[in-house]
Design a protein around this ligand. Structure first.
Ligand code: ADP
Ligand code: MG
Length: 292
């Protein structure tokens, strides 16, 4: 492209809330065939709130929240933040746990009074041989409501479920429809479980979902699409997304995202809105088809 074309592109991009780090990416954007969207923080606001606390056995709601909050206190995961926030709201005094272990893509493990607290998904419970048969129906129900259900276990037994919900960004539906109208294969990628992912995808009109992806596997999923001939734009916000943003033909970070995601991207959306990706793609198609 001529430098003028790039300048025009950059100028218009900035007006539309797109910050461009790599000029070449602006051109590549016109050739994109698939858009991969991270779920949490990209399609949704990434501000999880506790919606349900379900208890089993001898523990009441406050005790379940206290165990979970004590275990999650040192975690930086958005799900942990939601639990700790809820405990604070209820004025629950959290305990100091002795050991703390984040289990990537699964949850956390901490020790209190020589007993293990686990907070996480079904896989984490399976790995630690916690029986969750009695909770299965309730977990399914919560996940069908688009909530992420975390199981809390203490001393070898499941004691409850804490569910969180996230809000879909106001322009996600419109932007996703625009991607599809542009003929782009539109895909949601997430570490969350398949049922919750499906429920959110239904709300925004996405049919293709890659769920239960461990953080380090997100870039592999992008690679797979590329080997099928797709030219991929990846949109994400988290530390988890950084390798996938690098792998993609165009990596797009959203402005509210982590520094690592932004550094790994070609473009940053200042507004954090998916509509800016639509503007960027249209702008690239327009600019580089008229100038040639
Ligand atoms: P995502 O960023 O898409 O939520 P992660 O890989 O961070 O993906 O997490 C995948 C799943 O692992 C979560 O949906 C949750 O079930 C579980 N998980 C991860 N971290 C925690 C945590 N700190 N507390 C409870 N559950 C967690
Ligand atoms: Mg995210």
């Amino acid at each position: 492209a001529t430098p003028t074309a790039l300048m025009v592109g950059t100028g218009k991009g900035a007006e539309n809330g797109v910050l461009i780090r790599d000029g070449e990416a602006v051109q590549t954007m016109k050739d994109i065939t698939a858009v991969v969207l991270d779920k949490t923080g990209t399609i949704t606001k990434g501000e999880a709130e506790v919606t349900d606390i379900i208890t089993v056995g001898d523990f009441d709601e406050k005790e379940v929240l206290k165990l979970a909050g004590s275990a999650e206190k040192s975690s930086e995961h958005p799900l942990a933040d939601a639990i700790v926030k809820k405990a604070k709201e209820k004025k629950i005094q959290l305990n100091e746990t002795e050991e703390f272990n984040a289990v990537v893509g699964r949850g956390i493990k901490a020790v209190l009074n020589d007993k293990v607290i686990l907070v996480g998904n079904q896989k984490l419970m399976e790995l630690n041989e916690i029986d969750i048969k009695k909770l299965k129906d309730q977990i399914i129900e919560l996940e069908e409501e688009a909530k992420t259900a975390m199981i809390v276990a203490y001393d070898g037994k499941a004691v409850g479920i804490i569910a969180v919900a996230d809000t879909i960004k106001s322009d996600s539906v419109k932007a996703i429809k625009a991607f599809k109208d542009m003929g782009l294969k539109t895909i949601m990628i997430t570490g969350d479980n398949a049922r919750t992912a499906r429920a959110i995808a239904d709300q925004v009109g996405i049919e293709i979902i890659i769920s239960e992806v461990l953080p380090e596997q997100k870039s592999n999923e992008v690679k797979k699409l590329q080997s099928q001939g797709e030219i991929v734009a990846m949109v994400g916000d988290g530390i988890n997304d950084a390798p996938a943003l690098k792998q993609a033909n165009v990596g797009i970070a959203i402005g509210t995202g982590t520094d690592i995601a932004i550094e790994s991207s070609d473009l940053t959306l200042v507004s954090g809105e998916l509509s800016s990706v639509v503007s960027g793609l249209k702008l690239s198609r327009y600019t580089f088809s008229t100038i040639k």
